[in-house]
Design a protein around this ligand. Structure first.
Ligand SMILES: [Zn+2]
Length: 78
């Protein structure tokens, strides 16, 4: 069993990473989900891809959550 906790992340979430980008920005918008997490720097709009494990390690905090995905509301089939 892995002791790593699963981080739930959605498109449009804004996250802060522990290590600043080369431009000095620390805040990123999630633009792609999958085996790799796509992030766009809020400051310079540069895009990067991080493996999920790397992303979870660098993640410091969520600054804002994308609205749509609240699992407590159930899945709307439409
Ligand atoms: Zn940047």
């Amino acid at each position: 069993m892995s002791t790593a906790k699963f981080v739930e992340v959605h498109l449009g979430d804004v996250v802060r990473l522990r290590k600043p980008h080369a431009c000095g920005g620390t805040d990123w918008t999630v633009v792609r989900l999958g085996a790799d997490i796509g992030l766009r720097c809020e400051k310079c709009e540069h895009r990067i891809l991080l493996a999920r494990s790397v992303f979870e390690r660098r993640l410091k905090s969520f600054l804002s959550r994308a609205v749509a995905a609240d699992p407590s509301l159930g899945v709307d089939s439409n």
